[in-house]
Every structure is written in structure tokens, then in C-alpha cells.
Design a protein around this ligand. Structure first.
Ligand code: 3HC
Length: 705
């Protein structure tokens, strides 16, 4: 009857199956297919009950996001769900895989829900800058109570089947064939002739919170406390409140209104862009179709320091054994000790059990003999950022690693090609740039060398996804995508101080823009002495930018948080730093020495001078082919540097602001400051002239590839 929806019979039970790979998104074809199927079954006397199931790897994972923003085609998901709920005979949903968003809402319109043990249910719309828009905010509170529903909806996190059963979101969880179990339940309830249980008709679980909303309000405040700048978490609370304050039909209508408002707003557009950009970023335009990575069963990590330890934890978390190599037993013991300590912190926070820690630690083997890399399928070098040491290690690895091993360097800046040339197999070498703390940060820049083979690149991408990172393929240049753009920003940060801004003004402007921290607070946290020592060794800053203030602070022993003083003062026990008049005097003194006349600097200028040069650098990165797409750059900045997700990343943001504006402002600052480095990149200039966007440039490039 439809390409994507089929109906079969099992005795008195009709089974409606959606088959729309890969995730059974509820496209127009699916909605109309299910709608027609239900209509046909409504009056079919031979059918006593219905099972709604999905083929393939998952029950529906939600609305088809690619349809958002286009003219809606009936039936809407709401109409479909209402139709199912109103069916005169019981409808049982058979759930497997990731039952998310509109998919879960579809199941809430059914009268019963049976799930396989491995299934997860959830309403992740908030992560797309949305609220559930097909009744989820009205039906889920009626099923599991408003406070639990609020947690599911505001967090957007999937709930494992066992927990969902406890909450009352599911009727049964089964180990075996979920469709058979659903058919069995349908047969049972069909034979009993029981009236369908319609969630929208239930109000019993709302009564307590209606009588006393204190606990609900507290939960709402807690859940939205960290929603810096985001609209959707607050809208989720508002929508769940509709279920308490309004009759169900009105609640549904208000939910829809709010959903559409968010869907057409800038934040959701940005977050939907990020969703697709993250998935695109691991796709390599010139990779031969069907390229598969080499199997990875064992990993070796060279270096048990902060990075090596964090990197190893990722693999242990994914159940992959790791051999950690260090030069001395002492360093090894320290490294393994730190890993165990980090795991124990997770236990104390209730995120892990002691058993989990044991399992993970048992996957980590220490060794002081480099020859123990011999059986590893992937070797990641994570030692100091020094070319000579890295080269020496790769020379050794070449003689010790098995022929099929992938050899990766975790470098932040260095030339991967130069490192690869130390081996007789540069095709097997690439960069895997993790971000600190490596067990937490999602970003993984995969640095493709000039000779890296497609199969090797595919290995890194596949393993990146297995350890739950967001892999982005980038090319070789100083700092790759992320740090190269950060450098463009850093060149302006101190300059702004000398010209008249204060550290707290700069930091406030950047946090108001949406970053979790400003550059000076960040510097204090990371330790100002690191850059200072490097500059001393190199006889100046690598980029020619001024670090006079930071250097002067370090000369005074002010290294940041760890010494209680840096750009700010840190009182014992206080969370953040407080401004220090001494620092302001120091800045004025340095500016005077340099002959810089200080002036009032507004927030707009601070933001523009920090963000626009990054965008211009991003344009150069694109033109040079270091990043394949603007969305890849956005993915790097959102997952590695805290760029606000609701602004979609620097390149998406640039398109929103308008490339002409950005180009003109950069020219303006180049003229007013006399800094030619602030001139816009040629690509930015050209696209601005053409009235074009990075997004259209990306499309053209993708089509040409
Ligand atoms: N709409 C359109 N395409 C989707 C989609 C959706 N809801 N969900 C996934 N896809 C696409 C992905 O873009 C990807 O396409 P590609 O292969 O061309 O890159 C493909 O399906 C496979 O997705 P993943 O690579 O993410 O596969 P995984 O197996 O890693 O993850 C998943 C599967 C957990 C389902 C993940 O895709 C996911 O989280 N999807 C989004 C779920 C979601 O947000 N649902 C809510 C949608 S909004 C909604 O329902 C509104 C409603 O309330 C009215």
C-alpha cells in the first residue's frame, strides 16, 4: 500500500510496519502511510488489535528534520497521533533501538508500549533548540508524572528501557523478539475487549503537582540552571506547565504554537545546522565509496601524562584494551594512579559503579617497554609537543608496530607529514588531536597527512565514533582548524587590553556572547606560565602577537588560579576571580610604554574584534582545503572550544550576520588600528562582494567534488 509502510496479519492482530531507513524518520510518506493504514483497520471487523512496529535498526527516531522549515504536508504528526489514540481498538507500540522525539510521541499515542531490553526512549528535541511538538509535553506528564516528564524533556537524554519501565513509561520490557511480545499483548487485550487506554484522557498523575507546585518549580529551576543563553530548555518547562494549567486540547495547541515559534527561530536553525554538520564532518569528500577502516581490537598509547591518560580512558570506556607505554615505572604508576582517581571521582558522583572502574582498569596495562606496541592495531603517541621527540618515537614505532597498525600522533600544532616521513609507511600515519580533558571533550580533529591512505583515515573516523567523539577530518597546517583560529582570536585579546579594555570587560563580552568562559579567565585556569615559558624559549611569541601583559604577570609570579593570582585575584574557596586594580595599573603602564593611547572600548567592538578575525581565518582554512566545509569548522568550535551551539558555530554565525558586514568591519578595524593582519581573507572578501554565504560556497564545493 505504501513504499514505507506495510500491513500484515497475525491472526486477529494487524501489524503496521514502518520501513524508512536509516532511522524511520516520520517523513510525509510515513505519516500518510500509517494514517491510511489505521483508517483501513478501524472498521475491519477481522482485526481486534493493532501493533505498530518499525523495521531495521530502530523504531522511529523522530520527525524528519530535513522537512523542518518547508511547507508542512498533511497529515501532520499531531493529526496522525490523535488518530491512533482515538482508534476504537487497542494499538500496541513495539519499540526497539532509539525511540526518540516524534517516534516516542507516536508511541505515546498508542495504548500500550512494549520495548526490547536494549531500547532507549527519549525526547531530545531540546538539543535541536525545540520542544517536543507532537503532544509529548502533554502526554508524558500524564504517563509518568510532571516532574519525571520534565527531567526527560528538559535534559533531552535518552532513558534506558529498564528505567523507563520503572518510571511507568513502558508496559513491558522483553529480552526476546519485541514484535512477537507486542503481538502477544495485542492478542490478549484484543481478546479481553478492553477499552483503549488514552493518555490524553488521564489526569490522575497531575493532581499532586497541581495542588502543590513547589517540587516541580524547584526541579525546573535546577534543570534550567545551566541553560546559558538557550531558549529551548525554558520553553520545555513552559510547555510542561501547560499540561498542569490547561485542558489537554488547549495544552496541545499551545505546545504546537511554541514548537513552531522555536522551529522558525534562529536558535533552532543553528542547532539543526549543528546536528547535520556533526554528521557531515566525518565524511571525506574524495574518499572512495565503501572504504572501510582496519579492525581495531587493541590500542597502545605512548605517554601516561594528562593527555595520554585521558585518551586511554576513552578506549577503556568503550571496552577496548589499551597498553600504556611510559619511559619509567614511576611515570607509569603516576599516570595509572591519576586515571583511577578520575574514575573514582565518577563513582563518588554516582556516574559509575566500583565494578565499572574495576572493569575499565583491567583493560589498561602499563609497560615501560616500547616493544609492547607490537600487537596494537592503533598506536597513539601522546608525548610532549616537541618535534624531535615525536620523530624519534615514530622512527622506533616503525620498527616495532605490526604492518597493519595505524600510527597516530596527538599533536596540537606540529607537521604530521614531517612525523610521517620518519617511518617507512607514511600512508599509515595521521594525527588524532584530542582536546583536554581528553576523556571529556567531544572533539577529535583527525589530521590527514599528504600520504595518509583512505583506509587509515576511515580507521580513525570509525574508532572516533566508537569512543563517542565527534570526529572532524582536517588537513595539515600550524594548529589545524581549532588552534589556528584560536590564534587569530588571541592576537586581539591582549591588544584590546592595551587599547583600553579591562580583562573583566573582555571576559564579560565573550561570556555574554555565549562562551562558557572568557579568554582571560581561561588563561588563568590553564596557567599563564605555559605560554610564557614557550615564549621565553622561542625568544618571543610564535605569532608575533603581544603577550606583554601575560608575560609581566608571570614575571611577578602570577601564573593564574594555581598561584591565586593572574589576570584576576582568586580568594581561597571562591568560585571565580575578582578584578585586580594592580593588573589594571600594569596594563596602563605597558600601554603607556608602547605609546598606545587608551580609550573606552564598547562590548560590540570587543566581540567583533575577537570573533570576526576568527571567521576570516576560517575562510582561509576553507580556501586552502584544510577544512572541507564551513560546517566542519563549526563542529570543531562547538565541540572543542565552547562556541555557543545556539549560534551554530563561527561560520554559520557569519552567514547570519552577513559576510558583507563582517568584511566591512574587519576593514574598518584594520584601518583604525593600523593592523593589516585584520584585513579580511580573500574568500571572505569575494563572497561578500557576491552577496553570497559560506553555506552556498559549501554547496558549490560539494557539488563539484
Ligand atoms: N530526521 C532526519 N534525518 C535523521 C534523523 C531525523 N530525525 N535522525 C537521524 N537522521 C539521519 C542522520 O542525519 C544520518 O544521515 P546521514 O547518514 O546522511 O549522515 C542518518 O540518519 C543516521 O544518523 P546517525 O549517523 O546519527 O546514526 P546513529 O546510529 O549514530 O544515531 C540516532 C541514531 C540516535 C537516532 C541519531 O541519529 C539521532 O539522535 N537522531 C535525532 C533524533 C532526534 O533528535 N529526534 C527528534 C527529532 S525532532 C522531532 O521529532 C520533533 C517532534 O517533536 C515533532
Amino acid at each position: 500500500m505504501s513504499d514505507v509502510v506495510g500491513v500484515s496479519r497475525d491472526g486477529d492482530v494487524a501489524v503496521v510496519t514502518i520501513d524508512n531507513p536509516p532511522v524511520n524518520a516520520l517523513s510525509h510518506a510515513v505519516r500518510s502511510g500509517v494514517f491510511e493504514a489505521m483508517k483501513g483497520l478501524k472498521d475491519d471487523d477481522g482485526v481486534k488489535a493493532i501493533v505498530l512496529a518499525c523495521a531495521g535498526r530502530t523504531f522511529s527516531a523522530g520527525a524528519d528534520i530535513t522537512e523542518f522549515g518547508k511547507t508542512p504536508q498533511p497529515p501532520s504528526l499531531i493529526e496522525l497521533i490523535n488518530e491512533i489514540e482515538a482508534m476504537p481498538k487497542p494499538v500496541v507500540a513495539a519499540l526497539h533501538g532509539t525511540v526518540l522525539g516524534g517516534g516516542f510521541e507516536l508511541s505515546l499515542g498508542c495504548h500500550y508500549r512494549v520495548a526490547s531490553a536494549a531500547a532507549k526512549v527519549g525526547l531530545p528535541e531540546v538539543k535541536l533548540g525545540l520542544i517536543p511538538g507532537a503532544g509529548g509535553t502533554q502526554r508524558l506528564p500524564r504517563l509518568i508524572g510532571p516532574i519525571e516528564a520534565l527531567k526527560v524533556i528538559v535534559s533531552g537524554d535518552p532513558v534506558p528501557a529498564a528505567r523507563a519501565l520503572e518510571l511507568g513509561a513502558l508496559d513491558e520490557v522483553v529480552d526476546g523478539d519485541v514484535n512477537q511480545a507486542a503481538i502477544a499483548l495485542a492478542n490478549k487485550v484484543g481478546a479481553e475487549g478492553a477499552a483503549p487506554v488514552r493518555l490524553s484522557e488521564r489526569d490522575d498523575l497531575l493532581a499532586d503537582v497541581k495542588a502543590d507546585p513547589t517540587a516541580f518549580n524547584e526541579a525546573a529551576a535546577r534543570l534550567t540552571a545551566r541553560a546559558r543563553g538557550l531558549e529551548a530548555p525554558h520553553a520545555c518547562v513552559e510547555a510542561v506547565k501547560f499540561s498542569l494549567d490547561l485542558p489537554v486540547a488547549e495544552g496541545m495547541a499551545r505546545e504546537r504554537e511554541l514548537f513552531l515559534k522555536l522551529m522558525n527561530g534562529d536558535q533552532s536553525k543553528a542547532q539543526r545546522h549543528v546536528f547535520f554538520a556533526e554528521r557531515q564532518a566525518a565524511k571525506v569528500l574524495d574518499m572512495p565509496k565503501g572504504t572501510k577502516g582496519r579492525p581495531v581490537e587493541k590500542v597502545a598509547v605512548i605517554g601516561a601524562g594528562t593527555m595520554g591518560g585521558g585518551i586511554s580512558m576513552n578506549f577503556a570506556n568503550a571496552g577496548i584494551p589499551v597498553t600504556i607505554i611510559e619511559t619509567s615505572q614511576d611515570a607509569l604508576d603516576r599516570g595509572l594512579g591519576t586515571i583511577e582517581k578520575n574514575y573514582n571521582i565518577s563513582v563518588s558522583r554516582g556516574r559509575m559503579t566500583e565494578d565499572d572502574v574495576k572493569k575499565r582498569m583491567s583493560l589498561l596495562t602499563g609497560s615501560t617497554d616500547m616493544a609492547d606496541v607490537a600487537d596494537a592495531d592503533l598506536i597513539i603517541e601522546a608525548v610532549f609537543e616537541e618535534m624531535d621527540i615525536k620523530k624519534e618515537i615514530f622512527g622506533k614505532l616503525d620498527t616495532l608496530a605490526k604492518p597493519t597498525a595505524v600510527l597516530a600522533t596527538n599533536t596540537s600544532y606540529l607537521d604530521v607529514n614531517e612525523i610521517a616521513r620518519m617511518t617507512s609507511r607514511p600512508g599509515s600515519v595521521l594525527g588524532m588531536h584530542f582536546f583536554s580533558p581528553a576523556n571529556v571533550m567531544k572533539l577529535l580533529e583527525i589530521v590527514r597527512g599528504a600520504e595518509t591512505e583512505p583506509e587509515v583515515l576511515a580507521t580513525a573516523i570509525e574508532i572516533g565514533r566508537r569512543i563517542r567523539k565527534v570526529p572532524v577530518v582536517v588537513g595539515v597546517c600550524f594548529g589545524f582548524v581549532g588552534n589556528r583560529m584560536l590564534r587569530a582570536r588571541s592576537l586581539e585579546t591582549e591588544q584590546l587590553l592595551l587599547e583600553g579594555a579591562t580583562p573583566q570587560q573582555v571576559d564579560a563580552a565573550i561570556t555574554r556572547f555565549g562562551f562558557p568562559m572568557g579568554p582571560f579567565a581561561m588563561g588563568d585556569l590553564a596557567g599563564l606560565d605555559i605560554g610564557w615559558r614557550i615564549r621565553k624559549q622561542m625568544g618571543g611569541s610564535a605569532d608575533g602577537g603581544s603577550a606583554d601583559v601575560a608575560d609581566a604577570l608571570c614575571e611577578m609570579g602570577r601564573f593564574g588560579q594555581k598561584t591565586g593570582r593572574g589576570f584576576y585575584i582568586y580568594e581561597k574557596g571562591a568560585r571565580g576571580g575578582t578584578p585586580d586594580p594592580e593588573v589594571e595599573a600594569l596594563i596602563a603602564e605597558i600601554a603607556a610604554k608602547k605609546g598606545i593611547k587608551r580609550r573606552e572600548i564598547g562590548e560590540e567592538e570587543i566581540v567583533e574584534r575577537l570573533i570576526y578575525p576568527m571567521i576570516s581565518e576560517g575562510a582561509k582554512i576553507l580556501e586552502e582545503g584544510i577544512a572541507q566545509r564551513p560546517g566542519d569548522i563549526d563542529t570543531v568550535w562547538i565541540n572543542g572550544y565552547g562556541f555557543p551551539v545556539w549560534r551554530g558555530g563561527p561560520m554559520f554565525y557569519a552567514d547570519q550576520v552577513g559576510l558583507k558586514t563582517i568584511r566591512d568591519r574587519l576593514n574598518h578595524y584594520a584601518e583604525t588600528t593600523g593592523k593589516e593582519a585584520l584585513r579580511p581573507a580573500p574568500l571572505l572578501d569575494r563572497l561578500a562582494d557576491e552577496g553570497s554565504t559560506f553555506a552556498s560556497y559549501a554547496k558549490e564545493r560539494e557539488q563539484a567534488a
